[in-house]
Design a protein around this ligand. Structure first.
Ligand code: DAH
Length: 357
C-alpha cells in the first residue's frame, strides 16, 4: 500500500494538466482502478486481515482523491495566473498611429455642423426614423390632399388589411423633429436635428436613404434677420471661408411663411467648386419663418412665440465640401472609398481646433 501511495502521489504531483489528472484518477480510484480492485479483494480476506486492510485502503483512497483535488485547483490557479500575465494591457499607451478605420463623411459633416451650431447655442434633438404621418405631414401643415405628400415619394409602412391605425411612414425629412422638440422642451428653443431620412428616389445625387439637419429657433422676438445671420455664420464656418455671399430666393414650403431657398455664390472653375467667389449660385437649403399652425401643433402659443427653421442636406454638404461626385457611393460600404474619403477617428471637429484640417 505504501508503494501504491508513493506511485500515485508522485504521478499526481507531476500531472501537467486536467486530462493527465483524470487519467490518473481512473487508473487509481476509478471503477476498475488499482485501488478499487484491491478493495474488492477485501471479501476474500480473513476478518483480522480485513480489519487492518479495509481502513487502510479507505484512507489511501481518500488521500488520493484529496491530492487529485488539490492538484486540480493548483493547475487552475496557474492557468489563471498565466492568462492574467499574458493578457496584461497598458491602457495608458497612446493609440497606434496607423489608423484602422475611418469616420464616414456623413458622420464627419454631422459633427462639423453640430460643432458650429453648438457655438451659437443650438443643442441637438433627435426623433424616430419611423414616424407617424401626423408628425411627418399634418403637424407640419401638410394635410392629406396636399401635393407635397405626393412629391416626397414617401415610403409607407405596411399595415395588415383591416388594421385601421393611422399609417406610419419612413420620415421624408427631419422637420417632424421640430414638433417633437417643441413638445418636449417648449419655448424659447434652439435646436438642430440631424438624422437619416427616406424617399423613393435613386440616381447620382439621390439615394433612398439620405441625411438632413433641421434647425429651429423660437423666441419672443425672432425675425428673418436672425435667420440670415445664423445661416451666414454657418456657411462661412462650414466651408472655412472668411466671406460668403448668400442669396435668399422667395420659395414655398407648407411649414414656413414666408419661405426662402438659400443659394451661395460659387464658381465651378476647372470642375472644382469654390465657395464665396465666381458667378454661379448653388442652392444649399430651404428655410423660413415657422408657420403659426406648426408652432401651435408643437403645443406652443404662436401669438407669443415665433421663429425660424431651416433644412439642409448633410450628404449634399459633404459632396460639396469634399468634392465627392456620386452620392450612391456613400452607402456602398466599399472599403477603398471609405479609406479615401474617410476621416481620422481622433480628429474631432471643433471650431477652435479646426473642422476638417
Ligand atoms: N423639410 C424640407 C425638405 O425636406 C426642408 C426644409 C425647408 C426644412 C424649409 C425647413 C424649412 O425647416 O424651413 O425638403
Amino acid at each position: 500500500m505504501d508503494d501504491l501511495k508513493a506511485k500515485y502521489l508522485a504521478q499526481i504531483a507531476d500531472a501537467a494538466d486536467e486530462a493527465a489528472l483524470e487519467a490518473i484518477r481512473v487508473a487509481a480510484v476509478g471503477k476498475k482502478g488499482e485501488i478499487s480492485l484491491k478493495m474488492r479483494e477485501l471479501g476474500r480476506m480473513t476478518p483480522e486481515e480485513r480489519k487492518v486492510a479495509g481502513p487502510a485502503l479507505n484512507a489511501l483512497k481518500d488521500e488520493i482523491n484529496a491530492a487529485l483535488a488539490a492538484r486540480k485547483a493548483a493547475l487552475a490557479d496557474a492557468a489563471l495566473e498565466e492568462r492574467l500575465r499574458s493578457e496584461w494591457l497598458d491602457v495608458t499607451l497612446p493609440a497606434r498611429p496607423r489608423r484602422q478605420g475611418t469616420i464616414h463623411p456623413v458622420s464627419q459633416v454631422t459633427e462639423e455642423v453640430t460643432a458650429i451650431f453648438a457655438e451659437m447655442g443650438f443643442s441637438v434633438a433627435e426623433g424616430p426614423r419611423i414616424e407617424t404621418d401626423w408628425y411627418n405631414f399634418d403637424a407640419l401643415n401638410i394635410p392629406g390632399h396636399h401635393p407635397a405628400r405626393a412629391e416626397m415619394d414617401t415610403f409607407y409602412m405596411y399595415r395588415a388589411p383591416g388594421d385601421d391605425r393611422p399609417p406610419h411612414v419612413l420620415r421624408t425629412h427631419t422637420s417632424p423633429v421640430q414638433i417633437r422638440a417643441m413638445e418636449a422642451q417648449g419655448a424659447p428653443l434652439r435646436v438642430i436635428c440631424p438624422g437619416g431620412v427616406y424617399r423613393a428616389d435613386y440616381d447620382q445625387t439621390h439615394t433612398p436613404m439620405f441625411h438632413q439637419v433641421e434647425g429651429l429657433a423660437l423666441d419672443r422676438d425672432i425675425s428673418m434677420a436672425n435667420l440670415k445671420w445664423v445661416l451666414e455664420e454657418f456657411v462661412k464656418a462650414f466651408f472655412e471661408v472668411d466671406d460668403v455671399e448668400l442669396r435668399f430666393r422667395a420659395s414655398h414650403f407648407p411649414f414656413t411663411e414666408p419661405s426662402a431657398e438659400v443659394d451661395i455664390r460659387c464658381s465651378w472653375e476647372g470642375g472644382t467648386l469654390k465657395v464665396g467667389e465666381g458667378d454661379d449660385w448653388l442652392e444649399i437649403l430651404g428655410s423660413g419663418m415657422v408657420h403659426p399652425k406648426v408652432i401651435a401643433a408643437g403645443g406652443i402659443d404662436p401669438e407669443v412665440y415665433q421663429g425660424f427653421a431651416f433644412g439642409i442636406g448633410i450628404d449634399r454638404l459633404a459632396m460639396l465640401k469634399y468634392g465627392i461626385p456620386d452620392l450612391r457611393a456613400f452607402f456602398d460600404s466599399d472599403l477603398r472609398w471609405l479609406r479615401h474619403y474617410g476621416f481620422a477617428a481622433l480628429d474631432v471637429p471643433t471650431l477652435r481646433g479646426g473642422l476638417s484640417r
